[in-house]
Design a protein around this ligand. Sequence first.
Ligand SMILES: [Zn+2]
Ligand SMILES: [Zn+2]
Length: 418
Amino acid sequence: MFDSRRDAAAFVDRMCAAARAENRAAGERLAAIGELDVLRLRQCGERESWSTDTWDAISAEVAAALGISVALASSLLDYARAMRVRLPQVGAALLAGDISYAMFQTIVYRTTLITDTEAMAAVDAELAGKVRRWPSLTRGRLAAYVDMVVERADRDAVRRRREVHANREFSIWDGGQGLTEVFGRLHTSDAHAVDARLDALAASACDEDPRTGNQRRADAMGALATGADRLACQCRTPHCPAQTAPVPRPVVIHVIAEQASVQGAGNTPGVLVGAAGLISAELVAELATSAKLAPLTPFRDVAPEQGYTPSAKLADFVRCRDLTCRAPGCDRPATQCDLDHTVPYATGGATHASNLKCLSRKHQLPETFWTGTEGWADQQMPDGTVTRLRYPPRLSESPGSRAHFLKLIATGSRRTLE
Ligand SMILES: [Zn+2]
Ligand SMILES: [Zn+2]
């Protein structure tokens, strides 16, 4: 007889132990490189001046010892120095096996612009406390969470962001053979609006259209420029269904921000649903001048609703609170998720924010399937936090901020109508 439940638990234990060992080993490798680094710097009498020659020599030594390229060794040396000098506490979490090397890399990358040592130490301490509770974030979501911590601690962030944002551009170079390359650096909100619009135009051709998705998106740029409401289909069939199909609806992008930021009086950045980074408070205020504003009702202290389907306002609130699917490692935007009753409605679960969460289609089936058979049971706290799925508190769950959340809806690349 075999006990599938016991076997599964043993496999999961082995898997987790191996992953922690892998994390610890990655931390240990960086720590050893860091100590070798210190030793060589002392021998060179350079201390922390870090000349290119010393850097190259140490990279070469690491590369030879590990049998890897000098470029890869140089990147390891970079992370080793970050662990030793800038992020010792986050480094300790890696050494303890609590976070993965990939997570550590993302944190190093997102914090490299901090120049103030006090701010750096504060960010290191805060992240070290939080990252252990963020085990299953996708890289994009982790980046946004780290950005938020940096934003709060780094007084210089606003000036630097202005400099970066000043570098917006859109350039076009004619190449050979009738093709032209473009390059752009846009506000994230504009870029996502363009992206969604290109997808919508590309999908307006019928299934018989011979072009690939990428080709249709490229051609949609032309349609966008001429103000066409759909892409001309190339199927050459006499009764192309695309001719009579409704034109794609205007693109809507959702930005969630605190009221003070919306009114231009706050520093807290907003979130663009479906995007990794944050929307700066300045851009939120600018968007707010032309976007449709939808105040978000806090649903924490109200009575449960009657019936299975939540009202539009309650659904809005849950989506803005969750931002993405709540299954571990899934970052499908909340706008593309269904609302799930954690305690099923049929067994008395309330239609209330504290019992509702966003789940993408893909993550509803396994959950239903595993519940009760392998111990995948969710528990949801009154503030919406789901345990068992081990998700971090979402943006809107920070104390006191909930009542002030507003939802901005910007439409199209001109951010006006809805
Ligand atoms: Zn067609
Ligand atoms: Zn999902």
